[in-house]
Design a binder for this molecule. Structure first.
Ligand SMILES: CC(C)(COP(=O)(O)OP(=O)(O)OC[C@H]1O[C@@H](n2cnc3c(N)ncnc32)[C@H](O)[C@@H]1OP(=O)(O)O)[C@@H](O)C(=O)NCCC(=O)NCCS
Length: 172
C-alpha cells in the first residue's frame, strides 16, 4: 500500500498518525467528558491509554488516519497536534481534541482537504455515518461543507443520529 501523503493548507496540516508516539497527546483529548459525549457515546468514561491505542490501531486499519496539526507561530513555527480524523468512503470521524481550537474554521478546512483527497482518489461519495442529533456543531460542519442528510436512525442504545452524504461525482 502506498504511504499516506501529508495534506497541507497553509498553517494547517493532516499528517499520517505515528504509533505509538501519538498516543500520549491523543489520550489527553479523550479525558474530557464533553468531547467523549460528542465523539463516542453519551456517558462514555475517560479512555485509558490502552483503549486509545486500540481505537487508533483500528482506525489505521480501516481508513486513512491523520493527526490534525496547526503551526504555532508563538512556538517557533512548530506543528502542534490538536485532533484526529479518519478518511474512509463510508465514515469520516473527526475530533478536534483541543476545545480551544474549535469554532475557528479548522473543522471546515480539514473537511475541504479530505474532500479534495477523496476526489483525487476517484471516490464517488463521502459519508458521515452517525452524528448524534444533539451534536449541533458537527451537524452544522457537515451541512456547511455541502453534505446532505441521507438518513436518520437510532443506535442500539436509543440515541438518535443523522447520516450525511456528499456526492463527489461530476453532474451529467
Ligand atoms: C465538530 C467539530 C469537528 C467542528 O469543528 P470546528 O473547527 O469547531 O468547526 P468550524 O469552526 O469549522 O465550524 C463549521 C461550522 O459549524 C458551526 N459550528 C461549529 N461548532 C458549533 C457549535 N458548537 N454550535 C453551533 N455551530 C457550530 C460553525 O459556526 C460553522 O458554521 P458555518 O459554516 O455556517 O459558519 C469540532 O467542534 C469537534 O471536534 N467537536 C468535538 C468532537 C465532535 O463532535 N466530533 C464530531 C463527531 S460526529
Amino acid at each position: 500500500m502506498p504511504a499516506l501523503p501529508t495534506l497541507e493548507d497553509g498553517d494547517l496540516r493532516l499528517r499520517p498518525v505515528s504509533l505509538p508516539g501519538d498516543i500520549e497527546v491523543a489520550w489527553s483529548w479523550y479525558q474530557d467528558k464533553q468531547t467523549l459525549a460528542l465523539s463516542q457515546r453519551p456517558g462514555t468514561e475517560p479512555l485509558s491509554r490502552d483503549r486509545v491505542a486500540r481505537m487508533y490501531q483500528y482506525q489505521v486499519e480501516h481508513g486513512d488516519f491523520y493527526i490534525i496539526e496547526v503551526r504555532d507561530q508563538r512556538d517557533g513555527g512548530l506543528w502542534r497536534p490538536i485532533g484526529d480524523v479518519m478518511l474512509a468512503p463510508d465514515t469520516l470521524p473527526i475530533v478536534i481534541g483541543d476545545p480551544s481550537a474549535r469554532r475557528q474554521g479548522i473543522g471546515r478546512r480539514v473537511l475541504a482537504l479530505l474532500i479534495a483527497r477523496a476526489r483525487q482518489l476517484g471516490w464517488p461519495t463521502l459519508q458521515a455515518k452517525e452524528i448524534w442529533l444533539y451534536n449541533v456543531g458537527s451537524r452544522r460542519l457537515f451541512q456547511s461543507a455541502g453534505f446532505v442528510l441521507a438518513a436518520t436512525g437510532v443506535d442500539p442504545g436509543g440515541q438518535p443520529y443523522e447520516r450525511y452524504r456528499l456526492d463527489l461525482r461530476p453532474p451529467d
